[in-house]
Ligand binder design. Structure first.
Ligand SMILES: NC(=O)C1=CN([C@@H]2O[C@H](COP(=O)(O)OP(=O)(O)OC[C@H]3O[C@@H](n4cnc5c(N)ncnc54)[C@H](O)[C@@H]3O)[C@@H](O)[C@H]2O)[C@H](O)CC1
Ligand SMILES: [K+]
Length: 479
């Protein structure tokens, strides 16, 4: 899979940003996102693996073991073990037992080739019986390194890894685990790379830039569920857009953007009809949305997966939005719905620009991403906030993420409506935080694509067909 390279340097001194990195246990999905983003910042998977394997070998050498057995799976965790073997070949008598599943990862295959030039005994096993021929290796080992399964392990451990783990537990040797313990293995020490995945891990840096973690990037797209080809209608979700009144186009731009970001059905409640055959127009009783429309709107809120309130709405419909929001499961509040008292749904995403943020919090968020992140984190907004700017700041009060994609040409009217529509569609399956991160990243990338062809002549509508090219390019290009 091609990794899209991130270009522009971060417009602030990153040494101040370590407070925004996560130091708690992280999930395999989060580690995959960071890994992928690191590669888009120019550090290859092989380099990351070399760093991981080096760290693992240094910890292994602390045991001063004479005979070391390294158990390697067929994924990249196994690759770490192969790197450690190569780095320890002069320090100990090293034997590698590596699992040939038939679909080793490319990096791990490369590491096996490199190891073949070293004075390390490497023995392939393909089944449980192969292991039973090497029981002596387990009994003689002074140290066993567990590089069988890492963050890619899932479910009950299958043979022959199950037997491998049992034999390791039955040996007298301490077990040093690469990144995290393979399920069922009894660890003596755990050598985690970059961030801890399980408790009681020792964490070793492998040179992953902080921006891979606190910034959005192509790794964020990994969260997108692959849409199964034969899926039934409705898996993309039903979106309701409530807007329009003083402005006609905004709700339609949001609706079209939501469709292009994967929504199946988009209804637009607005006074003004525009001929858009892909969108379902729900007319209102007058020229603006009023309490008289609640009987129409509330049942639609109840049946929609996500409701986007605000595009082109004008200031007079706030009471209607406050009433509707009580019937909203997942809500995106943009533009004119960003007024106090803030509407809130069961799960809310607010997408203010600087002026709207100042209006709802009474505080100017400042200019630097650092200050803007502080302002968002310290605001008492009850949900996830996407504060738009040259660098977007996304926060769900715990996590902070910075999005650098986009161009100055995107200040053209309506791009905020497009972004809000994209976020609404993504929120069908993702949390407000993940939807905002991916929505900001994808809309900005679409803006970069269109700026390349249209320059400052870009319109918000031009962005919309570019959205699926960014969001679904993995599917389009194939893995
Ligand atoms: N750039 C990178 O990706 C880096 C990764 N690091 C290390 O890599 C692992 C994650 O590697 P990954 O290939 O994603 O998965 P695993 O090696 O953990 O395992 C996948 C492998 O195992 C098979 N498998 C999965 N579940 C089971 C099971 N229950 N029973 C048997 N077999 C199973 C699956 O089919 C695959 O073949 C990460 O932890 C790091 O150690 C580097 O550290 C940094 C760079
Ligand atoms: K492991």
């Amino acid at each position: 899979m091609t990794i899209h390279m991130q270009h522009q340097p971060f417009p602030d001194d990153l040494t101040r940003y370590s407070e925004y990195a996560c130091l708690d246990l992280i999930t395999p999905e989060e580690m995959r996102r960071i890994d992928h983003n690191a590669q888009s910042l120019g550090i290859s998977g092989l380099e990351l693996m070399e760093s991981a394997g080096t760290a693992l070998s240094l910890v292994a050498q602390e045991y001063h073991a004479g005979i070391v057995l390294i158990l390697c799976g067929s994924g990249n965790n196994g690759g770490d073990g192969l790197v450690a073997a190569r780095h320890m070949s002069r320090e100990a008598e090293v034997t590698v037992l590596w699992y040939d599943s038939g679909h080793q990862t490319r990096s791990t295959r490369r590491q096996l080739e490199r190891l073949s030039h070293c004075d390390v005994r490497s023995i392939r096993f393909r089944c449980r019986e192969d292991l039973l021929h090497h029981l002596d290796i387990f009994s003689k080992a002074d140290l066993i390194v567990d590089a069988l399964l890492g963050t890619g392990g899932a479910g009950t451990v299958r043979e022959p890894l199950k037997t491998c783990i049992d034999l390791a537990n039955q040996s007298q040797a301490p077990v040093l685990c690469a990144d995290l313990p393979s399920p069922g293995i009894i660890p003596d020490r755990i050598c985690a790379f970059h961030r801890p995945k399980v408790k009681d891990s020792e964490v070793y840096d492998i040179g992953i830039p902080i921006l891979a973690e606190i910034g959005t990037g192509p790794g964020d797209l990994l969260l997108m569920q692959e849409r199964k080809q034969n899926v039934h209608k409705g898996v993309g979700g039903e979106i309701l857009v409530i807007g329009g009144g003083p402005y006609q186009g905004a709700p339609w731009l949001s609706g079209l953007a939501a469709l292009r970001a994967g929504a199946d059905i988009v209804r637009i409640v607005t006074p003004h009809y525009l001929p858009e055959p892909d969108l379902i127009h729900i007319p209102t009783s007058g020229d603006t949305i009023t309490q008289n429309d609640l009987d129409t709107i509330i049942p639609l809120c109840d049946r929609s997966d996500v409701v986007l309130c605000g595009p082109g709405l004008g200031p007079d419909a706030h009471e209607v939005i406050l009433t509707c929001s009580e019937h909203v499961k997942k809500g995106v509040f943009d533009a004119d719905s960003l007024r106090t008292p803030l509407p809130h749904a069961h799960e809310s995403l607010y997408t203010p620009h600087t002026g709207e943020f100042t209006r709802i919090t009474g505080r100017d968020p400042g200019l630097t991403p650092y200050d803007r992140a502080h302002a968002v984190r310290n605001s008492d907004i009850p949900g996830t906030v996407l504060l738009k700017g040259p660098v977007d700041v996304i926060s769900d009060t715990k996590r902070i993420r910075f999005n650098q994609t986009g161009t100055p040409a995107m200040t053209t009217g309506g791009t905020g409506d497009v972004l809000a529509g994209v976020c609404a569609a993504l929120m069908v399956h993702l949390s407000a935080f993940d939807a905002a991160c991916i929505g900001a990243y994808a809309t900005g990338c679409a803006g970069e694509m269109i700026t390349n062809t249209h320059g400052y002549g870009m319109t918000a509508r031009d962005l919309i067909p570019a959205i699926p090219q960014v969001l679904f390019r993995r599917t389009l290009e194939g893995e």
